[in-house]
Design a protein around this ligand. Structure first.
Ligand SMILES: [Zn+2]
Ligand SMILES: [Zn+2]
Length: 260
């Protein structure tokens, strides 16, 4: 099975889970812009797989060859590569999620990148499909800053692949319309209730909050966590989100357009 098959299986599971235990039972399944977002799942899912598996793999390998004399750790059979598979998986999961947290911070703090990331934050009704509403440039930014350095560490390719699958499943979970509480584990792992505050349209608690994907621990550690447990945001989106076109072609062009 390739990445695309796992994405389809994970998505099907969340279709079912959202029906069994919705957090917002009145939110229609056939919500506005669902067709757009399903396109994003198909397009980004494929693009993500191509970039993760093929492009980043070959870029990492050629970079590794180039840097071989300087980077002894990048030799095959490195310390990481000799570890048991499960440890490599945990190492890659922690490393990739921390890098993802850093990149996600940049997406919010660098105006040029924020223009692209706005597409993700223009989701108005949150469900698992929203996890894949992001601009293709964002995939390039994430993949090159994440998978190239991680692949260069010389660990198992399959551990890295399973980290990508696991992170996708957790991303679906964070965005899903699911009524679940993970209790005190919320200080370690991200969850739908916490991630909803990342999509809060107001600046309550500051606009920069909850950047974690799998782990919320980074946000608790670095002071970017914000989670009033007793309620959900009044509106999701971002300040000024009425600027975002509602049709797909213009959404894709939107970040490139010059604006004052
Ligand atoms: Zn964000
Ligand atoms: Zn999100």
């Amino acid at each position: 099975m390739n990445y695309w098959h796992y994405l389809a299986a994970i998505s099907a599971a969340f279709v079912l889970l959202e029906r069994l235990r919705p957090a917002r039972p009145n939110q229609p399944v056939l919500r506005p812009q669902l067709a757009n977002d399903l396109f994003y799942v198909a397009f980004n899912g494929h693009w993500y797989a191509v970039l993760t598996g093929t492009l980043t793999g070959s870029v990492a390998l050629s970079a590794r060859d180039l840097l071989e004399p300087v980077l002894a750790f990048a030799e095959p059979g490195t310390a990481l590569g000799r570890m048991p598979w499960a440890l490599q998986f945990v190492f890659y999961l922690l490393a990739s999620d921390f890098l993802q947290w850093c990149v996600h911070n940049l997406l919010h703090r660098v105006p040029l990148l924020w223009n692209f990331h706005k597409v993700h934050h223009s989701v108005e009704r949150m469900d698992w499909v929203g996890n894949f509403r992001f601009h293709w440039v964002e995939v390039v930014v994430y993949r090159s800053l994440l998978y190239v350095p991680l692949a260069m560490l010389g660990g198992s390719g399959s551990a890295l692949f399973w980290v990508a699958v696991f992170s996708t499943a957790w991303g679906h979970f964070n965005h899903a319309n699911l009524n679940v509480s993970i209790g005190p584990l919320g200080y370690v792992f991200n969850s739908p209730r916490m991630h909803l505050w990342h999509h809060d349209a107001s600046d309550e608690g500051g606009v920069a909050k909850n950047f974690g994907i799998v782990f919320s621990a980074w946000d608790w550690l670095f002071g970017t966590a914000y989670w009033p447990r007793d309620r959900a945001p009044e509106r999701i989106g971002y300040p000024g989100d009425e600027e975002m076109p509602r049709d797909l072609p213009r959404q894709i062009v939107f970040p490139f357009a010059r604006r004052r």
